[in-house]
Design a protein around this ligand. Sequence first.
Ligand code: CAA
Length: 395
Amino acid sequence: MSEEMAHETAVGIHDLSFATTEFVLPHTVLAAHNGTDPAKYHHGIGQRSMSVPAADEDIVTMAAAAAAPVVRRHGTDGIRTVVLATESSIDQAKSAGVYVHSLLGLGSATRVVELKQACYAATAGLQFALGLVRSDPAQRVLVIASDVSKYELDSPGEATQGAAAVAMLIAADPALLTIEEPSGLFTADVMDFWRPNYREAALVDGQESIGAYLLAVQGSWKDYTEQGGRDLDEFAAFCYHQPFTKMAYKAHRQLLNYCGHGVDEDRVTRDLGLTTAYNNVIGNSYTASVYLALAALLDQADDLGGRPVGFLSYGSGSVAEFFAGTVVPGYRDHLRTAAHRAAVDRRTPVDHARYRALHQYSFPADGGDHITPAETTGPFRLAALRGHKRIYETS
Ligand code: CAA
């Protein structure tokens, strides 16, 4: 195929599947423990429950659980690249994606890499994948976003915790969403949220982080329009990174104001209302969050075939990207709505004491050999630490 023809090929998201954790903590339980009005969580930040990983779950087990149905449906042919995006990495050298590659039984002729830039990295992975498929439309790329969001107990961030993985197969002539050029880009060196290597829980300046996100919305949209992007009114919906779902509302109001539209709350609800359903009950899944917004939109909307959707991917620190995709007619035949709902509904509620114990459980760091408590009923588990190596198994 000539270079010109390759560039004309539609590329985008061919399949999308997500997985989350074994346990869930309802915000009513957290509110009762904290003496907080539950309305602050339900309406103030827009969260109803948070996914809580079992002791034998981590970013690898969630990533493999998200990607396995994609591989089952499409096979492994043409998958020559796996990109795993995370900011809750389990190793400073080895990519979590290599464990996932092994659990999924992918072929050795594969490149695997882990990407990091806070919650933004999956979008970088998506863009790398699109580039690879544009240059060789026979290739398919598995992009996986997987994260566990953990803040200090009793801190303001605690109510926004969560965990999930989204796996996307990026391919030519995609069944779900064609991703378009241009992208609007924005980077600013800010300390709004970060996690030094010696800490398990993130550090965050809550109000600073909200301000940094809003500046990034403006900055990436400005670049998007300067690059010749679509008009705001063309979009059927907007998928934002959702550290808590009310953040998407703040971001969209900022965008409407910035574009001189004024804020019509009916329009805000119309533009976003369907994108929050999974993040609202899962909590912050960092890199996965903006793609969970897409899953919620596609799983719930009336037919969006042929309609453009806007994406705002934000990662603290900070990097943001605004880009657009067009929903492919007939996409509804390829959705995983029942499986997605099951992933949310299968979680077992925990009480506050159990949640606290799970939060305080940390993977042993004494260099010894340890068996991990068997807790998850999911398809993959972290079975042990042996000789400084993480041992995963298929259930
Ligand atoms: N009923 C209804 N609403 C109530 C309420 C009640 N009883 N009590 C309070 N509220 C409202 C408040 O008015 C406020 O709404 P507005 O923001 O619209 O004014 C909202 O609930 C939250 O109240 P506070 O600001 O007082 O809450 P807080 O001090 O506990 O902190 C937070 C909220 C800053 C988001 C905190 O949870 C936090 O630090 N979260 C982690 C950081 C974060 O998510 N930042 C987002 C941008 S950074 C990013 O996107 C990257 C990432 O993933 C981390």
